[in-house]
Design a binder for this molecule. Structure first.
Ligand code: CMX
Length: 478
């Protein structure tokens, strides 16, 4: 088969699959006659078959490694770590990305600047397509433009929502936070789970990852539709999100469903959705997805659980909190204030027992490269935007103050300190919505990891907890 024929066949197959998607009864029948793996293969032929090879190789590598080094000790745990949020305990395997305290995040060994340079871009675009980082995290390879296009097509083909989810979204009260709506809608999408169905049908556990893959592809495809429906319902009087264009990439379809037609905003979204995708496995959202998935909950349930963690103010909601902080600052001091005034404002915040949102990190010990990437974008596209200038002034003033407190381990900004100001510039002023964008992106990393979790056959997670008395006895305190 020539490349062109393959592409045509794959396009035809995705179209057929999209139709089946709407007719679950037909799909159910097809599953029951065990033709599912074949159908999945034709949907995203390249990625699926590459994954199959990579998984077989990696399973072998892990098996050999464990057979020789399985009983080797890799660390000790202190009482403080047990009380202290398990900081630094090496207890999870995550293949998709790694977080170095000094260097920041790398995705399969590639830093953010490398990803921005190497990953395929949209025609005429400068920022990487998030489809590319998903491919990279799944396979470890930088994809070609054709490969990335095949992912865009597959996602466009599965973007439809089940009607009960649309009804549910349209009936949520407007005071229900966008993150609660997002998580609830994702949970309700699990009517579509092919993994849950396959498990109930008793498929062999060595094939779990294939169903996880298919569910994850469909879930990622649906997230922009869910997110855009929430946005339109809350901030645009429920106006229509319009139709998905199968020739557009994931981000372009998303911004158009949101109702934004500035190509620069779409470029920002491509960058945003790429850099927020993964931050190794121990953060609240990633760890939650992994944990819930270890009970063999399907990707919809597992991811929704992770989103409830992302919705916390110390994690993803911090991007909303940063804008609340900046808005309060502007209301009190105006958009131009002296460094001295800003210092007083920050000290007042700290003395009232609140955190400075967007600053600090449990692992990082320098400015977050995701902050830097967004700062570079701002310097290029909105250098004179007053709120960007304020964000830069905060970057200068806050770190020395946090250091002065003597307790903050990382005084530098994290990703959330910068994302909101970019969205504000392009007219997305609704700060309560910002974490939903983070969530759409985070799906790429945590679902890629979830597929690998099942490929590696990782068991149900169940660490040992202790009572204080038990701990005291253990260390000889009583
Ligand atoms: N402002 C004020 N105090 C801070 C602080 C900040 N930005 N960052 C840390 N601290 C405080 C902690 O609250 C803690 O105080 P107590 O000892 O009184 O409890 C102390 O400094 C030590 O904390 P740490 O070891 O430096 O940081 P942790 O690993 O415990 O927490 C984080 C990390 C991100 C929760 C924390 O830095 C924070 O609350 N930052 C603000 C919220 C934020 O930006 N979160 C987003 C993180 C990125 C993400 O996940 O999206």
């Amino acid at each position: 088969m020539s490349l062109l024929e393959k592409r045509r066949f794959s396009h035809f197959a995705s179209k057929c699959f999209a139709r089946f998607d709407r007719k679950l009864s037909i799909l159910g029948f097809l599953f029951s006659i065990s033709s599912f793996p074949l159908l999945v293969c034709v949907c995203v032929q390249d990625l699926k078959s590459i994954m199959k090879e990579k998984i077989a190789q990696h399973q072998k590598k892990v098996k050999e490694f464990r057979s020789v080094y399985g009983s080797k000790t890799i660390g000790e745990t202190t009482v403080d770590q047990v009380y202290g949020g398990m900081r630094g305990i090496k207890a999870l395997v995550t293949e998709t990305s790694n977080l170095d305290p000094e260097e920041g995040i790398t995705f399969r060994g590639y830093s953010i600047p490398q990803c921005r340079k190497l990953l395929p871009k949209a025609e005429g675009g400068e920022e990487p397509l998030p489809e590319g980082i998903f491919w990279l995290m799944l396979t470890g390879d930088v994809p070609t433009s054709e490969q990335v296009k095949s992912v865009s097509k597959a996602w466009a083909a599965h973007a439809d929502l089940p009607s009960h989810v649309v009804t549910m979204l349209n009936n949520f009260p407007s005071h229900l936070h966008p993150m609660s709506q997002f998580s609830a809608a994702i949970t309700a999408c699990n009517t579509e789970s092919v993994f849950a169905k396959a498990y109930a049908d008793g498929v062999h556990k060595t094939t779990y990852w294939e169903y996880m893959f298919e569910d994850s592809m469909r879930l990622i495809a649906k997230l922009p539709t869910i997110a855009a429906t929430i946005y339109r319902n809350l901030y645009r009087d429920g106006s229509s999100i319009g139709a998905i264009d199968s020739n557009k990439d994931w981000s372009a379809n998303f911004t158009s469903m949101l109702g934004y037609n500035d190509p620069k905003f779409t470029e920002l979204m491509r960058l945003y959705l790429t850099i927020h995708s993964d931050h190794e496995g121990g953060n609240v959202s990633a760890h939650t997805v992994h944990l819930v998935g270890s009970a063999l909950s399907d990707p919809y349930l597992s991811f929704a659980a992770g989103m409830n963690g992302l919705a916390g103010p110390l994690h993803g909601l911090a991007n909303q909190e940063v804008l609340v902080f900046i808005t309060k600052l502007i209301n009190e001091l105006g958009s131009e204030c002296s460094d001295e005034q800003l210092k007083d404002f920050v000290w007042k915040t700290l003395k009232s027992g609140q955190v400075v949102p967007g600053y600090g990190h449990a692992v990082l010990r320098k400015t977050d490269p995701r902050y830097i990437a967004q700062r570079e974008f701002a310097l290029k596209h909105l250098p004179d935007f007053p709120m960007f200038k304020l964000v830069s002034q905060i970057y200068k003033v806050v770190p020395p103050i946090l250091l002065e407190t003597g307790k903050v381990k990382n005084p530098w900004p994290n990703v959330d300190a910068h994302s909101g100001v970019l969205l504000q510039y392009y007219g997305m002023k609704e700060m309560s919505y910002y974490t939903v964008l983070f969530g759409v992106s985070r799906a790429l990393g945590v679902l890629a990891s979830l597929i690998w979790d099942r490929a590696l056959g990782l068991p149900i997670e169940r660490p040992k907890s202790m009572t204080t008395e038990g701990l005291m006895k253990l260390v000889g305190a009583i």
